[in-house]
Design a protein around this ligand. Sequence first.
Ligand code: UT7
Length: 330
Amino acid sequence: MVTQSTVILGTGSYTPERILTNEELSKMVETSDEWIRTRSGIKERRIAAPGESTSDMAVHAARAALTDAGLLASDIDLLVVATITPDLPLPAAACIIQHKLGMRTNAACFDINAACSGFIYGIDTACAMLTSGRYHKALVIGAEKLSAIVDWKERTTCVLFGDGAGAVVIGCSDQPNIGLIGSRLGAYGESVDLLCIPKGGSDSPATPESIAAGDHFMRMKGKEVFKLAVRAMDEAARDILEQYSLHADQISLVIPHQANLRIIEAISKYLELPMDRFFVNVDRYGNTSAASVPIALDEARKSGRIKPGDITLLVAFGAGLTYGSALIRW
Ligand code: UT7
């Protein structure tokens, strides 16, 4: 078969049962439901159960996506996992997930670290590998246990993040102009320090002092990230629309990274596209980094917000600062 297109065959998502509300958080750090809601739009987030790992959540989402696609784990020959919170620093979460899913051993398995843009980087990579003709069925997962890298004493970050996973199964089609139309990826590497885990990498391995200072947790300059996020997402969306000669009005639904409702509202204003064309679930899950776009995509599909023939725009930004956009025709 001549591969003309790469199409999404199924989607799935999983979020842990435990809900952490703003009210509860306001008993843990000096904050309030009112501050969190008005500054970020978040009302609650999900937190992994004790012992529940990133790979466990990924496996739940992957199984749901495989069932939706009518495929078995043994049908997959390419597994791409977007995460900044793998179970272990080494090896890749993908290998742990491969084993838990019971996938075959001659499947390519690797992780992508592009933070909150990771899922878009992941589908772009998988689609390119499928189009090469050397792979046939890909599973792309975004999964995060951010509760493990958040400093629960630091109110400027801990109120924003949550745990979860989303997944898609991608296959090939000989039908032209459907599925992943194209994508636009990039990064502002000069802004690494705006959002990072300062210590614990090979450049400065963890020490008792760095741990006491909390430098193994995520640190963020929120205001600067906000400004760059709006710029990066707006540019990534505009560039891809221009590249494929589309007008924003032709997009039925935008699935933006769910970091902050105010960021999504700013993109809506800049693109002159009303908020009812944007899928929003940041109120229920907070920011789940690489899991955010695939969870939203799965919920959008399953709630009937995506119909055959629709064009969906995915757009995200994250630590790095990375950004990415992708167009999908259904
Ligand atoms: O995937 C990428 C991840 N990162 C992001 O998307 C983050 C992007 N940035 C943001 O979403 C926003 O910048 C925040 C939600 C993080 C903060 O909103 P902001 O409107 O930029 O607030 P701010 O940082 O300017 O802080 C305003 C005030 C400060 O007090 P003063 O200096 O005005 O007295 C903060 O100390 O709010 C204070 N503050 C809080 N108050 C209550 C900061 N965090 C909290 C908190 N509760 N949790």
